[in-house]
Every structure is written in C-alpha cells, then in structure tokens.
Design a protein around this ligand. Structure first.
Ligand code: ADP
Ligand code: ZN
Ligand code: ZN
Length: 813
C-alpha cells in the first residue's frame, strides 16, 4: 500500500511513501504521519490518499510513524484543498500551511513553554498529567521530548488539552507569538450577592463617599453590561485604581485579570425577536425562492436595509435543520458591534474567528467546529479552512470587498469564489450580500447563474445622504492660509456639523496610492492607450509607466485636454490631513484610522469605543473607515480626493471607486435625519461621480460591463498574473522574457508585459510581471496552467536562475 502525503513545503508535487505492513489497518486519509525527506529532515505530513499504485522513477521511503489515531482533516477538507491548489496554482503544501492551525503543523524542534498558573488547580486526563509534570519541572519541552514522554498515541489529544487550558505557549522562532491582552475585571464578593447584604453594605459605606460612589457605579454597570471592567468603573467615577483596590482589600470587590476577547460575549443580554418589516419579509421570501432554484443568490441591499437581520434568520433556519453555517466577513468587518449582535442571537454555538488569533484561540475554534459545538462561525476568509461536518449555508457579507482575495502568501485564493466551491461540496447554499455588488456577481445575475434579491429601503425609512460634488479648484482661494486639502465648502459643512454636536468622517485613499498626474483645471489623468488604465509616475526613469503593458510615456507639462499647465502629481496621507484639520479646528477632537495607527489588535476596538462614546468629533481615515462602522451621529462624510480614487492604475478602478464612495456615503446619517456627503474633485464630469450621486448601481454596471467586454477584462476573461522577482533586475527581466516568449506559442490568449510591477522593487527584489488574459474557456485555462507550471520548472532549472522567484496569481483582482 502507498500513501500520497502532503508536506508543509512548497513542493510542486505530492510525494508518495510506502505504508509499512503493521500500519495498513490503522491509516486513513487526513491523518498525520511522520516521514523523512532528504537526508535527515523529519516532517509531519497529512495523508492525502491511500492507494496501490507504485510510483515510478524513485525509491519509495516508508512512513516512520503515525501521529493521530483519527483523521484531523476530513475528506471534504482534503477535497477543498485539492481544488484550491489546482485552481489557484498553489503547491499542496502551501495550502496545508495556510489551512492547518499552528499546533497541528508542529515540527520536532518546536518548543512548548509552560505558562500555566501555579496557583490554579487544573483538571487533567491521566495522560495529560504526565505531560504537565514534565512541563512544570522543565518549564520547556520540545515536541519530540513531549512525544517521548507520553507516547504517540495520546499525543494529539494531550496537546489539545494543554492548549485549551492555555498552559502552554508554542514558541516558533518564525512566528510572532500573540499574547492576549488582559484586562482587570471587578466583581462583587459572593457574600454581597444577596440583596440584604448589599443593602447593609450601602449603609456601611455611607460615610465613605468615594467608596459608595464606586459601589453604585458598579451596580449600574453590572446591570447594563454584565461584566464590569475596572477601566469602565474608573471612567464613570472620579475614583482611582487605589480606591478600587482598597475595596478589594476589604473583601468587597474581587479583581481578576481576564482575556479581553472572551469578555465581549458575556456582556450581552438576550436578543430581541426578529420582526421583519414588510420589505424585509418580501425579500426573505424571494431569497428562499431564489435558493430553491439556484445555489447562489445575491442580496443587493443598501446599507442599513437589514441584510444582517436576514442573514441571522437564515442562519437560524440552517441550524434548526441540523447544519452548520458560515458568515464570511471582510478583514475588518468583524467589529465588536457585530459580534455582540450575533452573540445575542446565537450564544455559545457561535464561533468567532479574529484576524489576529492566538494559537490557543485557533485550537479552541478548530476543535469546537470539528465536534459540532459551534454551529455558526463568523470570520474572515481563513474561516473557510475549519473542519466543518455539514455546511447548510455560507453567507458572504460585503461580497465585493477586495480583502477576500488573499494576495500573499500562497494560496492566492478568493474567499467568495472558494466559498461557492466549498458550498457545492456540501450541497449548501450561498448568499452574497452587498450594497455595491461586484461586477462579476452582477454579471452572473444577468446571466441567470445567481438569483437576485433587491432590498431598496433603509430600515425605518432613514434616507440616503445628500451627495454633493465640490470643485477642488476652490482650494486655490484658501492656499495662502496654508490650507491644501480641505475646500472652503467642506470647511463650512464641518463647522456646521460640529456646532450641532455631530460627528464627521473624512476619507482619503489608502496611503500606498500610486503617484499619478492630474490636471487641476479639467481633471484629466494620463491613460495608457493600449490598456485604458492610468499611468503612474516612476522616479527612476522620470517617465509615466503603464504597469500592464510596459508602455512608457514622457511626463507632460501641459494638459492635452484643456491646454493648461496646472498639473499636479501629489496626494496626501491621512497624517497630513489630520494636521490640517487640527489647524482649522483647533478645539475639535480628531482621530486617525489607517493601517499605521491601527497596528495592535486592540487599537481598533479602542478607537471604535471612543467613537461610540462620542469622544471623537472628526475621524480621518482610509479604506478602513468604510467597514463595519455604524454610528448614528455621523452626519457628514467628506471624500477628500475622488481623483486619487479614479486614477488608480487598475482596470477595476471605476468599480472600486464607485463602491468605495457608495460605502463611505452609507456611513452618513444612518438614523436621525439626513446625512451629507461632500466629494472633492477636479473632474466634476466624471461619470462615476454622477452614478454615486444618484446611488445608481445599475447604470454604473451597464457602462462598466461594456468597457470590460471591449478591453477583454474579467468577467469576459480570466487573468493570470505571473510575477518574477530577483535581486538583479536583468535576471528578473530575463526570466520574464523567456516566459513571455514561450507563452506566445499558445493560441487564443492575450499577453501583456513583461513590465515592472506598480511597486517595482520590494525588499531589495526587483519585480516584473506578465499578465495573461484567457477567454472563459475551462479547457484552455487548464492548458495554460499546466504549460505555466512546466515552463516555470524549465526556467528554474537553467543555470543562474535558481534564485528567481516565479509566482502565479490566478484572478489577481
Ligand atoms: P445592513 O446589514 O443591511 O447594513 P442591518 O441589518 O445592520 O442592515 O440593519 C440596520 C439597522 O436597522 C440595525 O441597527 C438593525 O438592528 C435595524 N433594523 C433593521 N431591520 C430591523 C427590524 N425589522 N426590526 C428592528 N430593527 C431593525
Ligand atoms: Zn486639463
Ligand atoms: Zn498599457
């Protein structure tokens, strides 16, 4: 018997090993086994398939040992991995690396550190006791040492037990280990839980006003929140931490440190029952009907129309039918607000996957999904890797969101598309939800592949905000005051909002913008004549480049459209804007939300908390502000430079710009009164601005799809991007050129490049790219993919090319 085994390495192929006679009975696909590769490297691999086909061309090595006594990865997962590897041209080992949580990929040398609490009495199984003894004594063990101590048979279950109790930490040199932030939580001592005792306590403290105040605040908070954080208590009173401690010393309070993430959940009371509005009722019926006929339905509902409510209802139905449900969210869509809301409906059967998870949290979720304790999982794209038993429905919220695409490292998969495949394995249904659906999904609706359910009204008739486009030329009138970014019109609106004690969001395109040229008189932006995308300025050549086809054009001094020479090539980051806002409104409380300021796991939730408590008047942010923010008192949204959105060098530029402006607008005036959105631009005539003004998705789509067809962009084609990286630029170019030459022999595809990437040099590596446009023809696509793999091997086998990196990205978006 032979076993195909996936190793956690970037190998183009799955390796076959021999199954020793004594193992034949016990092996199953999905189990981990120990195998050797090369001279003396040991790996834990996963059995992909068992068979009797002796491989040719190499000496088969035997499996060294079995790690698990039952599969850790189920058959459906293996099938899913296979598809991802195949479709997205990733190595099976790369898929495994992404899919398996750290504790399941352990290598012999990985160290486990004892971080348990000496004063806590844990409950352990008999096998775990041995491990704990050894760990407490030695403080640290390697995986192999631990395995020697307790034997292979119980190894996996003991490891899970230790991780679940959070007494060990996995120290991998490569991985930065996340330590959960802990927070002090205050509770009332048991003796005062009874009403009488509490009353007596109030009396007793009547002569200590500070302590009395603390006790009162505590009572209030515990009714409202369930769990009382020391910080909230201090916020609410004029007391100090020392005074809280004094109450603890008296035996009245108990102060404990707790993991913050687990706290969110405790604080919510029962959920209200869902009562649909008439519009929601109709939409829900249509959704059901659509899903009877089709596997995928697009729920197109404006922000605030109640999509989330429909999801919740659908998930409940799915659970009632005994199945599991997945709610996929964009990278930062998983806010405390949403989690609380979901938790109120689902309680302990809800698993939440965060974007920064600790190993322990991963273990917990993985195991609970496997055992079926978690019936619903809400999380970003990585939630697709969990070991589901029986999926009933997968919901992809904000399906247009670009964070569903994994860019780096491999597998470079798109979670929306992968979700549709995963659902098909279970005969499950998929709901795609968005206020601004992707062109792809609208295309699939148009071609009757997906059902379509519109939900037009906002809940309780909250109106969509009024949108005005402001001519950015008016910035000239304030330039001598040192103002460069905020027009007088926007300033006036801001002042008004501040006077009415409303909050303001100012949006600026993400900081990694591509440098572009723009005419400040007519809004003209230089475009590539071949590819119809904006050109970007490259300092090294002092030329404008097209990063699709490599065209280089001189930098113009005069605008070919209006003849003016007022061209600018600058954009500003959020930091500059924050400064300028503070300069204009010195008394306003300004905060910033971008990738730089939101690095830590909790900085985001802290800022959200401040916003909610209205401790911030003006929020300056990038793409991040678009997602998941839901604040009733935001009345004004300013989009500072529509031009930088509209000149991004990408064929999706209009789609992204439209979606972003629509989504940002949705943040204004959600509950009381009308919100206002002001968009600054030099190009008032740009059609996208008109569609945004009218919230007209369909006109936008009709125009956009024509352009995509004309230039052969998706959904009329599939794109494969091939990336070449090397320290020496000539080597990267040579490899790219060789690939391009080879590809010319394939008929029916369109090649673009080689050309330098938008960001042409990263970490000392020069990057060149080729784009392949392949018509939507699965056979041709397969031909191209296998050709690419062969040619890559060929290129890498050439002398001097071994260090070239060749990376494939299918549907690079
Ligand atoms: P979306 O997901 O489309 O943005 P939500 O489901 O978040 O919309 O709804 C927006 C707001 O309106 C939420 O605060 C939600 O609780 C409220 N809401 C929507 N529909 C109802 C309803 N039928 N009953 C009570 N509240 C509702
Ligand atoms: Zn001009
Ligand atoms: Zn071009």
């Amino acid at each position: 018997m032979f076993a195909d085994i996936i190793l956690p390495l970037n190998l183009p192929q799955i390796l076959t090993y021999g199954v020793p006679h004594e193992m034949q009975e016990s092996l199953q696909p999905g189990m981990r086994v120990e195998v050797a590769l090369g001279k003396n490297k040991q790996y834990a691999g996963i059995i992909e398939r068992l068979h009797n086909e002796r491989p040719e061309g190499y000496q088969v090595k035997p499996i060294r040992g079995i790690i698990d006594d039952e599969p850790v990865v189920n058959e459906k997962q293996l099938q899913f991995w296979r598809w991802i590897a195949q479709y997205y041209m990733a190595a099976p080992g790369e898929v495994m690396q992404a899919a398996l949580p750290a504790h399941m990929k352990l290598m012999g040398e990985t160290r486990l550190e004892w971080v348990g609490d000496e004063s806590v009495v844990y409950e352990w199984s008999n096998e775990a006791w041995m491990a704990v003894d050894a760990l407490v004594m030695r403080k640290e063990l390697t995986i192999s040492e631990l395995r020697n101590t307790i034997g292979t048979r119980h190894f996996a279950s003991v490891l899970n037990e230790l991780l679940e109790q959070e007494v060990i930490q996995i120290n991998e040199t490569l991985e930065t280990v996340y330590r959960p932030r802990r927070e002090k939580v205050v509770a009332l001592a048991l003796a005062y839980k009874e009403e009488k005792a509490l009353m007596a306590l109030f009396d007793q403290l009547s002569r200590a006003p500070k302590q009395l105040e603390l006790l009162m605040a505590y009572t209030e908070l515990s009714i409202k929140m369930g769990v009382v954080k020391q910080n909230d208590l201090l916020d609410r009173t004029a007391a100090s931490a020392t005074q809280v401690k004094a109450l603890a010393d008296k035996g009245i309070f108990i102060i404990e440190e707790k993991n913050v993430d687990r706290l969110i959940y405790a604080s919510i009371k029962e959920a209200k029952e869902i009562v649909f509005t008439e519009a929601q009722q109709i939409a829900y019926k249509e959704l059901d009907k659509a899903l009877e006929e089709k596997n995928v339905a697009l729920l197109h509902g404006v922000t605030g129309s109640g999509k989330t409510l429909l999801y919740i209802h659908k998930i409940k139905e799915c659970i009632a039918a005994g199945k599991q449900a997945i709610l996929l969210l964009p990278e930062i869509g998983l806010t405390t607000q949403l989690v609380s809301r979901l938790h109120a409906y689902f309680g302990d059967i809800l698993g939440v996957y965060h974007s920064h998870f600790s190993n322990n949290e991963r273990v917990e979720i993985w195991e609970k999904v496997r055992k079926g304790t978690y019936k619903v999982v809400a999380g970003p794209r990585s939630a697709l890797w969990l070991p589901y038993n029986d999926i009933g429905v997968i919901i992809v919220d904000e399906e247009h969101d670009s964070s569903y695409k994994q860019k780096d490292p491999a597998p470079r998969f798109h979670a929306r598309d992968a979700a549709i495949y995963l659902a098909s394995l279970f005969d499950a249904k998929v709901i795609l939800g968005s206020a601004t659906p992707s062109v792809e999904s609208l295309f699939n609706v148009q071609h009757s592949k997906y059902g379509y359910i519109p939900l037009k009204d906002r809940y309780q008739g909250v109106e969509m905000p009024v949108i005005e486009v402001i001519n950015a030329k008016s910035l000239e009138t304030v330039r001598q005051l040192g103002v460069k970014l905020i027009t007088p019109e926007l300033q006036k609106a801001m002042l008004e909002a501040l006077q009415h004690k409303k909050q303001i969001i100012l949006f600026q395109n993400r900081r990694g913008y591509a440098p572009f040229q723009l005419c400040t008189v007519c809004g003209w932006v230089p475009q590539c004549k071949n590819c119809s995308v904006s050109l970007t300025y490259h300092k090294s050549t002092d030329k404008m480049h097209c990063h699709y086809c490599g065209l280089k054009a001189a930098v113009t001094q005069t605008c070919p459209q209006c003849g003016s020479n007022k061209l600018i090539s600058k954009s500003f980051g959020t930091e500059k804007i924050e400064e300028e806002v503070q300069q204009i409104f010195p008394d306003a409380r300004v905060a910033r939300m971008d990738v730089d300021s939101m690095r830590g796991k909790h900085s985001m939730s802290e800022l959200l908390d401040q916003l909610e408590k209205r401790k911030v008047d003006i929020l300056v942010g990038t793409q991040m502000v678009v997602k998941g923010l839901d604040f009733a008192s935001v009345s004004l949204v300013g989009i500072l430079s529509a031009d930088s959105l509209l000149s991004y060098p990408d064929f999706r530029v209009n789609e992204r710009a439209f979606q972003l402006m629509e989504q940002v607008s949705g943040r204004a005036g959600r509950v009381d009164g009308k919100g206002k959105v002001l968009i600054q631009s030099y190009n008032l005539q740009h059609p996208v601005l008109q569609w945004v003004k009218d919230h007209d998705v369909h006109s936008f789509y009709r125009q956009e799809i024509r352009y995509r067809e004309h230039f052969g962009y998706p959904p009329y084609s599939r794109i494969i991007k091939i990336i070449f990286k090397h320290q020496d630029e000539p080597k990267a170019i040579a490899a790219a050129t060789q690939m391009a030459e080879a590809l010319k022999t394939i008929e029916g595809i369109i090649l673009q490049g080689p050309a330098p990437a938008t960001v042409p040099r990263v970490r000392n590596l020069f990057i060149h790219e080729i784009w392949i446009k392949c018509p939507r023809d699965n056979k041709l696509l397969e031909t191209v993919k296998s050709f690419l793999k062969k040619e890559k091997a060929h290129i890498l086998s050439k002398k001097g090319n071994t260090n070239v990196q060749v990376i494939f990205d299918v549907d690079p978006f």
